[in-house]
Design a protein around this ligand. Sequence first.
Ligand code: NAD
Length: 278
Amino acid sequence: MAQIIDGKAVSAAIKEQVRDEIARDGIKAGLAVVIVGNDPASRVYVNNKKKACEFCGIQSFEYALPEETTMQELLELIDTLNNDKNVNGILVQLPLPEQLDEKAVIERISPQKDVDAFHETNVGKIMIGNYSFLPCTPAGCMELIHSTGISVSGKECVVIGRSNIVGKPMAMLLLHENGTVTICHSRTKDLAEVCRRADILVAAVGKPNFVTADMVKEGAVVIDVGINRLENGKLCGDVKFDEVSEKAGWITPVPGGVGPMTIAVLMKNTLTAAKLQK
Ligand code: NAD
């Protein structure tokens, strides 16, 4: 039976470290969160970020813009925030309504304030291993892997999913720690066979119960990034938890695994931004 990797505990420890450093060194840190429209899931995420800021002693500035916001209005707000000395980090909650060009919006954020690490400059820095900000979700997964005490070095690591937000940067962070990394995606042949090689398996697919026990090596570390809402309203991951937990050595639950880590790393990145901008 797998040991459960407790994302709530690991994320709480990171937030406490951020809070303690801010209090100890009297650091003034501010995070601006921009939300456009009324997506209920985005609303929940933004509220959670606000609560985490309060806990850490980070000032949060919320900008809730109407659904019909134009590109010009949004870019003007970002320019204002880029120039605001009280704002160290800027986060635009995705997805944006259709009329807004997400890529152009992200590129407008000053790379020094891009605490999500989505700007091309920061993506490039992650690629060469010289980064200020780690992408929140993959960095959170790395923290969870570290919490097991298992070293990534020399391990077979398989990442399912190649998105710019999760899959690709996840693979890069595993590579930086000397894992032997394979990235799988919707065109991968013999996916189960590739996954069975993994000492560390990361699922970021967005399909409920996609990873089954026959795809997992005995004793593997299984990190489930997926957040899927079922018809009954319950959340579930990409991994079929009941059967995979019988076989894996370590596993993250959903909820309570990767989810809380993303916000904890965001707090860490905001503190880093504040220190760099001093
Ligand atoms: P995405 O849709 O951009 O990417 C999904 C990836 O899965 C794609 O690269 C695709 O190639 C791959 N894929 C799809 N079908 C496949 C198949 N049959 N076989 C192999 N690969 C297949 O999604 P994303 O933004 O990377 O998010 C993935 C999941 O992680 C979602 O459930 C999302 O909600 C969740 N997520 C969680 C957090 C968090 O904080 N925990 C953060 C971001 C995303």
